[in-house]
Each structure stands twice: as C-alpha cells, then as structure tokens.
Design a protein around this ligand. Structure first.
Ligand SMILES: Nc1ncnc2c1ncn2[C@@H]1O[C@H](COP(=O)(O)OP(=O)(O)OP(=O)(O)O)[C@@H](O)[C@H]1O
Length: 712
C-alpha cells in the first residue's frame, strides 16, 4: 500500500518540482520523472548516498554549489562567487549564440520579418498626421483619408503575415534550441563522475536546471531576443522619424532619456542579484519536496509530515517573499520608465502646442510626433523590462552551460548514441538507441597496452575469468578528503577465485567496488585487472567487465525482462534472459504474475528479495568476468538464499567468473576460496574459512560479534 502510494508521490514530486519553478513545454512531467529516476539512481550506490544537511534558521539549505576538484576550477569558482552575475554576461551570451548556431537560419528569418512589420508600424503615425492635416486644411494633395486607410489596411495584412511567420519560425527555433539544451545537459549530467554528482546532495538542483532554467533560456533565445530586436528597431525608427518631423521637439523629448538609462542600469544590477537568489531558493524548495516525497514512508513512520510540510512552507515562503521584493524593484523600474516616457510626451505636447500656434509645425505633424514619442517611450520601457529578463535568462543559461561544458574528470568513451545525440541536427526527431558494443570482454592477451580493444559484439567469446591485483591502495572520498577510507589496501585475486570481504560496518568493503569500477579515482596505489592498470581501460569497458549486485538494488520502471537486460538491450537474447532468470530464481515468482517476465515493475513494486533476484539475473545476463556481490542475498529468506547460492556455485563451477562477495552472513562466505578481513581500509587477515576459524585473530573476533548468529 505504502509502496504503491510512493509511486504516486514520485509523480506528485515531479509536479511540485515543475510547479514551483517556471514550467513550460510538452511532456515536462514525463521528462522530470525520467530525469529524477536516473539521476537518483546515479546516487544510489551506497557510497554516494551520504547526504550532507546543514540547517540555517530553520530552513534546510543544501550544499548546492558545484564543487569542482581541480585547484584551477576552485579558483574559478571563488572568482565567480566574488562576482555575481548582475550584468548581461558577454561570455554566456556568446556561448549561447554558439549553441544556437544551427537555428540561426530560423531566427534570422523571423528577425527579417521585423524589418517589414516595423516599417509598416512606423508608417501609421505619419499617415495619421497626414489625415489630420487633410481634414483641417482640406488640402487635396492626394492623401485622402479613405485612400490612406485602404493602403494602410493592405500593409497591415502584410504585417499580419509577417507576424504569423515570425511566431512560427521563432517557436521552431526556440523549441529546437531548448530541446537540444535539455537533451545534451541531461546526457552531460549522466556522464559526470560520481564525485561531482555527490556534491548535489539532492537531485532538485539538477532538475531545476533541466526545467526552470531551460525554460528561461528558451524565452531568452526566442521571445526576448526578438522583442529586444523589435524594440531596438522601433526605437531607432521612431527616433529617426522624430528627428525628421521636428528636430527641436526631438531635443525636448530626448531630455528624459539619460535618467531612464541610468535608472535601468542601477536597478537592473540589483534585480539580477535578486533573481539569482530566487532561483536558488526555488531550487532548495524543490530539493526539500524531492527528498521527503522520495522517502515518504520514512517521513510517516517518524510522524514528521508536519515538520516536513513546515520546512517546505518556509522554504517556499522565503523564495516567494524574495520574488515579491524583486517585483517591487522591477515595478519601480517599469514605473520610472513609464513616468519618464509620459514626461517626454507632456513636454512634447506643451512645447509642440506652442509651435503649432506660432505656425512652425502643423497639427498633423504634432500628432504624428506624439505618436512617434509614444512608440519610442513604449519601446524604451519595453527594453528595460527585456533587459532585466535577459539578465535572468543569462544567469540560467550559465547554470546550464556550466554543466554542459564541464569535462568529466573520469572521461568515458562516447557511444554511437551519444554522438548521435550531440550531432543531431534536428533535436525534435526521434533517434534510435544504439547500445554500446561489448569491447570489454577481455582475456589476458586481448588487453593491449592501452587496454583498448576493438568492438567485437558479434564475435564475442564467453568471458575469461579475470585476475584482480590491488596494491598499496589509499583512497578518500573527494567530498571528505580528510577521511582516509582505504589505507595501504592490498589484495590479489586469481582468475576464478571467490573471495569474501568481511569486516565491520564502514571498514571500506563497498568502497573496493567503487574504486574497482572507477566510480572514484584512487589517490595512491594501483589496481590491475588482467595485468592492465584500470586507468588504462576506458571506464565504460571496465564497468562492462564488472557486474555488481548491491544490497538495495535499483529496478527501473519497465518489465522484469527489461530490467534483466538493462544496459545490454538488444545485445542479449530472450533465451539468455530466461536462462539468467532461472539461475537467479526470478523465474519462479515471475511465473506467478499473469504476464510472467513481461510484468511491469517499478522501483518499489516488488519485495526486497525479489528485487535482489532480478538484480542478480541482470548481472548474470551481463556476462561480465568479474562479479561483486555486495550483500546481494541479504534480503532473501533462508531457502531462497540457499537456492541462489547453489545456482551461483553451479555457475562458478563452470568457470569464467571471478567473484568478490561482500557479506556478513556466514552462509554466504563459507564456500569462498578465500576470505579477506578488512579493518579501517586495510586487509588484516586472509585465508580459507577453516584456516581463519582455527586461529586467533580478527576473523575469530568478527565471528564472535557479527557472524556468530548465523553460524548457529
Ligand atoms: N560517497 C561517499 N562520500 C563520502 N564518504 C563515503 C562515501 N561512501 C562511503 N563513505 C564512507 O566511507 C567509509 C567506508 O564505507 P563503505 O561503504 O565502503 O563501508 P562498508 O565496509 O561497505 O560498510 P557496511 O558494511 O556498513 O556496508 C565509511 O566511513 C563511509 O561513511
């Protein structure tokens, strides 16, 4: 019951995430869910699930800056902190223009319609003045009101066509840019190294970049860009017509321009700072909602609903209070521009009226002049509003481009799909996913000096069991550099061995899996697989060589079959999926569902033991030469565990697998070839079960405290 409602909460979480930020775009909810699930599962490795929470005046404030680990980057970040973005950043603008390059054609076309529509609009005041002069003087100079009105109507129809084309072309360009931005940003987030993602103690901030920030950028490159261009063209055109009609009057109205300009600059700066703050506070609110909705059963079990609701309330209130303050500022700016514009008009009316009386200009000229002044004032005040919006959008684009342009510290090869995604000319077209080929299945002599091996998916052989050699490994997690987790850790595992890692909680067992698959790079020492340093493998190839089943495995929304072939997709046959399902004892419970392996499951719709069995089947289908079982059978009942262990034994007896088994239960480690006892990140004892049991030492101590219960 709780689990099924959890699923709904994931959806609600998406909606809240979207609604408290600016939303737009079709399918945002779906993409939010997808994003959330994948980003969250990136954090799901045990090692990366440590959340750092600090509380400031009752508000949960997440550490949300992008900590980057090279010294240079740190300096950059400091510089950035000192200099908040309060002006239209040329770099962001330039980078954004570069990014939009493929849509310039459409933007250019829509801008070109501006020439037509603006010229026609600029004709109206002139024509109105002519009509007035005609009616006052009844002069028959050919500008008859009816003729003018008909002519202007024809031009208006042309302008209407221009407006239509501009909207269509602009929407096309904008949607393509923002789709490409989201697609590449998401791919870029997934490519970042785990340590980088660890800095995002919640996914809310990343999601707000993909939703609210992307929407702001869309507005910048489409409506705001064209509105700015239109305002500039109209302002210049109106100013030109003012000068043409009466230079003296033009000088009078120009007196109001410098104050408007100075005010725009001043208020614009403060406005940008405020906007940045609002975006951050909204991100915090999203993070809070995200966290409690993802763990709603824990919230309820601790009767913390009201606490969470209050925290969220305060967070939302803080963001919206800031938004109200900002609105005051923005209103001041707009009101100031409005007053200045009106002052100009009144000046023109007063001074122009006397000019009409002394016959220096006609009444029609004055009317035309006033209309041009109104146009100028309207467009100038429009420009001030657009300027502040553009600053906000540029801040958002910087947040996106920061990640988009970031090279991951642990670089993986680009797959064909990634290339297709990056190079796709039309981001709105559907593309087919091309799975990575398994160039990873290396035997000792296959791994060349560089560790790079040609992709040979079709001709792939059964994997050879791999050797693992870890020497003098020192490691601390980048988020806690002062806490050394692995201390001079050394362990050699022969191909085909089953080695159990045992040790107290926090001794570093799971960290071995993290560094072996290069989720994190080590500080000192070497790790070799098949005599090749893991630094020399492409991380994707390396990870294909290692299958991990964790204590709390993640299932993705899809069928059981989809979950078993996750990552290998069409590269794994139905027979192989069924074989793996039988070996991992998924088959039995799947057959009790009406759709068997094609039953839809989600992250929470199965029992812990069932999820573990599917995760095990997924790893068996992966056919990797190294398997790490991190408390992989801990959620199984005694009988299921016995069956799975038996299946694993049978499988390992066939050869081709090197196993690292992290376990607390005696039943899991009894059949290992060797046991390594770990204390504070160091191997303190190794031997067979019987050897270790027969001597005094850490293993015996551990058995007394941890394993003894199982032994009975
Ligand atoms: N992503 C991370 N960032 C910072 N510290 C981490 C991270 N993951 C783990 N740690 C720390 O590293 C140490 C070793 O953790 P690890 O998960 O390897 O222990 P373990 O032996 O597997 O423990 P257990 O038996 O409880 O699962 C712990 O002190 C833990 O707090």
């Amino acid at each position: 019951m709780i689990r099924s409602s959890l699923r709904q909460h994931h959806d609600i979480s998406s909606r809240i995430a979207s609604s408290i930020t600016t939303t737009s775009g079709i399918g945002q909810a779906q993409s939010s869910r997808l994003i959330r699930r994948h980003i969250t599962s990136l954090h799901l490795s045990k090692s990366s699930s440590h959340h750092i929470i600090s509380t400031t005046r009752g508000l949960r404030v997440y550490h949300r800056s992008f900590a980057v680990f090279s010294p240079d980057d740190k300096d950059d970040k400091k510089k950035e902190e000192k200099k908040p973005q309060t002006e239209l950043s040329k770099d962001s603008l330039k980078r954004l223009l570069e990014f939009s390059r493929s849509e310039w054609k459409w933007i250019g076309l829509s801008a070109s319609t501006l020439g037509v529509t603006s010229s026609i609009t600029l004709l109206f005041p002139y024509a109105s003045g002519s009509v007035i002069d005609y009616t006052i003087t009844n002069a028959s100079d050919g500008h008859s009101p009816l003729l003018l009105a008909s002519g202007l109507f024809g031009l208006s129809a042309i302008a209407g066509g221009g407006v239509y084309l501009r909207s269509v072309w602009l929407a096309k360009a904008g949607n393509r840019i923002v789709a490409r931005l989201k697609q590449q940003l998401y791919a870029s987030i997934l490519r970042q190294e785990t340590a980088f993602l660890d800095q995002h103690t919640s996914t809310g901030d990343l999601i707000s970049r993909l939703t609210a920030d992307a929407t702001l950028v869309q507005q910048a490159v489409t409506s705001q860009a064209v509105a700015a261009l239109r305002s500039i063209v109209m302002s210049l055109g109106s100013a030109g017509m003012l000068l043409y009609t009466s230079p003296t009057l033009a000088a009078v109205s120009c007196c109001t321009l410098p104050p408007v300009f100075i005010m725009t600059r001043q208020v614009g700066r403060r406005l940008a700072e405020q906007q940045k703050g609002i975006q951050e506070l909204l991100g915090d609110a999203t993070s809070l909602a995200e966290q409690s909705l993802n763990h709603v059963s824990t919230v309820k079990q601790f009767v913390a609903q009201d606490f969470e609701a209050t925290r969220y309330r305060n967070s939302v209130a803080a963001a919206h209070q800031k938004a109200v303050d900002t609105a005051h500022m923005q209103a001041q700016l707009e009101a100031g521009a409005h007053i200045a514009g009106n002052a100009a008009i009144l000046g023109v009316l007063g001074y122009g009226g006397t000019m009409v009386l002394d016959g220096s200009i006609s009444a029609g000229d004055l009317t035309g002049f006033v209309m041009y002044s109104l146009l100028l004032a309207g467009n100038l005040s429009g420009l001030t509003a657009i300027y502040s919006d553009l600053i906000r959008s540029m801040a958002a684009s910087k947040r996106i481009l920061d990640i988009l342009d970031r090279e991951p510290l642990i670089e993986t090869s680009s797959t064909a799909s990634f290339q297709a995604l990056s190079n796709s000319k039309n981001p709105l077209a559907q593309i087919e996913y091309i799975p990575a080929t398994t160039s990873n299945l290396l035997s000792n002599d296959q791994a060349g000096e560089s560790g790079q091996v040609a992709s040979t998916e079709e001709t792939v052989q059964r994997p050879q069991a791999a050797s693992i050699d870890i020497q003098g490994l020192n490691f601390s997690y980048p988020s806690r550099p002062d806490m050394q987790v692995m201390n001079n850790f050394s362990l050699t595992i022969q191909p085909g061995e089953i080695v159990a890692l045992v040790g107290g909680s926090g001794s570093g067992k799971s960290t071995v899996a993290n560094v072996l698959t290069r989720l994190y790079d080590i500080n000192d020492g070497t790790i070799r697989i098949n005599d090749t340093d893991i630094q020399d493998y492409d991380p994707n190839d390396l990870r294909q060589m290692v299958g991990i089943v964790s204590q709390d495995p993640v299932l993705f929304r899809g069928t059981i079959r989809d979950n078993i072939r996750y990552g290998k997709w069409q590269n794994v046959s139905d027979e192989a999926i069924e074989r793996a399902a039988k070996q991992a004892h998924v088959w039995e419970f799947a057959q009790t569902f009406p759709n068997g392996l094609d039953t839809m499951v989600g992250p929470t719709q199965l029992s812990g033991g069932q999820r573990q069995r599917i995760a095990l089947a997924r790893v068996l289908a992966k056919e990797s030469p190294i398997i790490i079982l991190d408390e992989a059978t801990s959620a199984l009942d005694a009988q299921s565990e016995h069956l799975v262990q038996q299946a694993l034994q049978g499988l390992f007896a066939q050869g081709g697998k090197t196993i690292i088994s992290i376990a607390h239960r005696l039943s899991t480690i009894r059949h290992s070839s060797r046991i390594a006892v770990i204390e504070n990140g160091t191997v303190v004892q190794t031997g067979t079960f019987d050897e270790l049991q027969s001597m005094n030492g850490p293993f015996r101590e551990l058995m007394k405290t941890q394993l003894i219960g199982d032994a009975s």
